[in-house]
Design a protein around this ligand. Sequence first.
Ligand SMILES: Cc1ncc(COP(=O)(O)O)c(C=O)c1O
Length: 471
Amino acid sequence: MDPLYEDGLGRSALEFVSASTFEHQANLSDLHAYGERKLPDLSEAFQLPEHGQGSLSSVRTLWDLCTRYAANTTGPRYFDFVIGGVLPAALAADWVTGTFDQNAAGRITGDLATEVEILVMRWFKELLGLSMDWHGVMVPSATYGNLAGLACARQWWGQQLGVDVIADGTGGLPPIKVVGSSFVHPSVEKTLQMLGMGRKCLTRFDLTDPETGLARMREALAGSGPAIIIASAGEVNGGRFDPIARLAQVAQETGAWLHVDAAFGLIAAFEPSLAANVHGIHMADSIAADGHKWLNVPYDSGFALIRDKEIARRTFGMPNAPYLEDLAGESPGFASLGPDASRRARAFPVFAALLAYGTAGIRDMVKRQMAAISCLVRLLDDSTGYRILVRPTLPIVTFRAEPPGVPEPELDELNQAIFSKVNATGHFAVGMTAVAGRKALRVALLNWGVTDAIAQELFVELSATLAEIGK
Ligand SMILES: Cc1ncc(COP(=O)(O)O)c(C=O)c1O
C-alpha cells in the first residue's frame, strides 16, 4: 500500500501521540528533569530508509527517543537556563498550528494568521501601555527580537546621517555608538555581529550606582551623533532590570534610539507588584521579548515591537517580488514587516494561552513562582552551606556553596561538582553561572507547575549533595 495513505491518514500515529501526551501531562508534576544523558550514535542507529516504516512506528520511535533522552523541560523540576514550561492550552494550540499549517508570511493563506498576530501584538501593546500605532511582529526568538529592533535602529541611524542603509549599506559611515549596562545579554552582541555593526561598538556602563553610571553614559554620548541605548529588562542571574525610565530620559536628552531587551522581563507587566520594573518601557523605540520563556508557550515565540512602523516597513520590505503582491500595499503581510518570509502562525499558541488563562491566570502563575523562589531564598539564607549572590527580582536566584572551613580557592571546584552531581542525578536541572569571576549555581523557577513544595525538595537535594561532596 502507498505509505502516504496507510494507516487512515496517520490516525493511529495521531491517536498514539494524543494518548501518550495525555499520560505525560498527567505525570508532569512528578517528572524528573533528566532521563538518560548518553545518547547512542544516531547515524549508526538510523539510516535514511528506502522504504519507510509507517507513521505510527516512526512517531513511536521518536516518542521513545524523547522519553528516554530528552530533558523534561516542560516539567516543574527543570531550572537550568531560562526556559519555562508549556501551558496545556498553548501545547494544544501548537498542535492546531501544525494541523492548519498556515503561512503567516502574508494573507496568501487567508487573513486569519495575520489578524491573530495583529490581535496578540495589540494585547501586548495594551499591557505595556504602548500607543496602538506601534508595530508588533512575532519572530523566532528574543535574539530575533533584538535583531529586528536593532535592524530598525540601524536604519534610523543611517537616516540621521543622510544614508539609506537598507539600500546602500553602511560603507563610508562612521562606527555606530551603542551603549548599555553590564546586564546586556550576549544575544544583543550576536545581533550587532549579524547586522554588520560589529560587537565592539557596544560600550558597557556599570549602573550599580545609577547616578554615576548614567552621568558617564551621558558624557560618552554627548556630541557623538546618533547612538543606540540598550536597556535590559530582566537579566539572567536574578531577573534584575536597568532603570528603563532613566535610560529613556538619557535617550531623549541625547537624541538616541532606545532598545529594550525584555526577553522574559516583559511578563512582569502582568503582576502589579513587579510591573514597576518595566516602568518607562513605553518610551522605548523598540522592544524585544518572547513568550517561550516566562509566558510558558512552546518555542519558537519571539516578539519585536517597534514604535515607528514606517522604519519597520523600510527595514523589512521585500521589493522586486511581483508574485508576492499582497506583501506590500496598505495592509502588508508580516513578511514585509519582520525578518522572516515564510513563517508558521506563531501567534496561535500565544493567542490560545492568553485566551485560556487571561491576565489573572498569568498573574497567578507569576505569583506562585515568586512564592516558590521566596521559599527557596529563605531556606538558602538560613543554611550554613549556601550564600545568595544575586537576590531574585524575578523568579531566578544565583547562589554559591560556601561551607565554613572550605578555602576560597576550592569553592569554584566545589560548586562545579555540585552542579554536575545534581544534574547527573537528574531529579532537578540547575544552572551554572559566574558572578565576578566566581562560579555559582543558578535556578530559574519559571515553570507554570512550580510550587513551594518543589522548591523545598530542591533545597533538600542541594543540601544533601553539598553534604555528600563536602565529606
Ligand atoms: C535577557 C535575554 N535576552 C535575550 C535572550 C535570548 O533569547 P532567545 O534564546 O529566545 O533568543 C535571553 C535568553 O536567555 C535573555 O535572557
